[in-house]
Write a protein that binds this ligand. Sequence first.
Ligand SMILES: Cc1cc2nc3c(=O)[nH]c(=O)nc-3n(C[C@H](O)[C@H](O)[C@H](O)COP(=O)(O)OP(=O)(O)OC[C@H]3O[C@@H](n4cnc5c(N)ncnc54)[C@H](O)[C@@H]3O)c2cc1C
Length: 542
Amino acid sequence: MLKLGHALQGAIHATTQESLKRPDAHDVIVVGAGAAGGLAALLLAEAGLRVLVLDAGWPHEGSPLINAIVRKLADPKNLRFVPPRFAILPKAAIRGVGLLRQPVQSRLPAWGREPEAFVDDRKCPYVTPPNRPFIWIRARQIGGRMVVSTHGGQYYRLSPSDLAPGDGSRPSWPLEPGELDPWYSLVEHRLRLSGAREGIAWQPDSELGRVLTPNTNESSLMNSIRSSWPASRPMLGRFAPPLDGLEGAARTGRLRCRQGAIVKRIEVHPSGHVSGVSLFDLETRSEVRVSAPMVFLCASALESTRLLLLSETTNSPDGLGGGSGALGRHLMDHMIVAGWGSAPPLPASHHHEENRLIYLPRFDARADPKPGPGPGVGVQLYQWPGTPTNSGFCAVTFGEMLPRSENRVMLHPKRRDAWGIPVLFIDCAYDDADLALARLQIETIRELAGATGVTLTSINTRPTMPGICAHECGTARMGRDPRDSVLDPHNQCWEAKGLYVTDGASFVTQGSQNPTLTILALTARACHHAVGRTPEGSRLLT
Ligand SMILES: Cc1cc2nc3c(=O)[nH]c(=O)nc-3n(C[C@H](O)[C@H](O)[C@H](O)COP(=O)(O)OP(=O)(O)OC[C@H]3O[C@@H](n4cnc5c(N)ncnc54)[C@H](O)[C@@H]3O)c2cc1C
């Protein structure tokens, strides 16, 4: 969980319910304080706008005692003291608590380390068809999912061929070649990424705050891979701690921030211009309407789409962007297949650094001179100190899901959440092509283990359920034509001027890379576009 800085605490304190209602008090409302919302608030406040951030997270919920017990039971250090024949007991206790309060969130292996970071599934339900499960991982808190303690901190650009395949295999993004590059650079500069320059055509380089060189162990692992597949390009992973955008935004003096503000509707003037939002305020248990001429919707892919669906108007009876027929469709999430094992011991001089790993971009094409048309597979290799005779090893493969219209979300006609807001019906499943890719992922892990001297102790024999990767994206895609897209090429809703949706909902395809760097680059670009339309003008590219 993020420790709130002084400036942000001041901004939260100053944001009373009365201040929310004051007309003309805010130039822009940002819905959601996760990765996308935090960056939007920072850039918009730096550009001179008065920013109001509304976040659903409410720090006073849940049982601290139960959370503390789960954390203790889930900590591998404590489990060392449990005799092997009783080892099942703590696991069963954790599973029991999980099933009672967070049956969905507790599916995530990381849940037990920090249960309070994730939503209470009883209050935040959703519905799936029988036999088509979708695991929707949600964190309602300042910082969103980027600040959960087991976040991977991995940041990779999409490649030109991810954004514009040009071969009919996948749709292209509505971007000119290279158009996202300055925005990736801006964000990477803010993140202060660690990594190395690699010069790989299908995995663009990034701006680095800290340039790394491979240590002895990394070099030997990468050499084993190169000698088995000379065309492959193993590289050092690119990682960074979470970006604390809201603290920076608060330091400008132009931020207001309300926690426990559950936005339930985007308000649009009959002229077609956004006019504000309606929310349920957890502190006062009342409904509030807040006005502003611009709204950034950054509530995470599926929450943002849920809000678009909830905001129907006379002109948009199926929700904002519903006229395209694309709203709610083309849901994607990376298919994860992972394998664990034991590797030769690490040298005594080895210094273990959190989130440092070896990345194998487009490893599906390891035997080819360059990757062909997608879908691709990226692999992350982790190694950590074990005993004097071995080290721990894990290979996580991310398989790209292609956007398919039938993988979709809708509002459920009857079910409501704890605040009376209609919940999502999520209908998403892998098709035969996805499952063929998953088989390739399993094979990939076995081959990698063979090439690197790893003894596999366990391996997924099928992909994890859709959603559990927490890389969900699509459902309100960008495009050049309002007849088949929800957002224009600048992430602005075709059916509501001044409404920008910049989280993963806007993705056209997902590539095989982790999504957050692209979410951040799109957010920065949309901020620039939005500010360019205000009297303050554009001061963002600095
Ligand atoms: C364990 C884990 C590890 C991960 N590792 C990586 C990684 O290494 N690299 C990577 O790129 N990605 C990773 N991800 C995914 C990454 O966390 C997400 O892509 C990213 O956080 C999405 O940011 P976001 O701002 O769109 O949404 P979120 O981070 O989910 O933030 C959404 C915010 O919106 C708020 N909100 C929701 N609904 C409402 C509402 N109705 N009203 C007001 N506010 C609302 C929430 O409180 C929250 O603060 C990981 C995810 C998990 C769970």
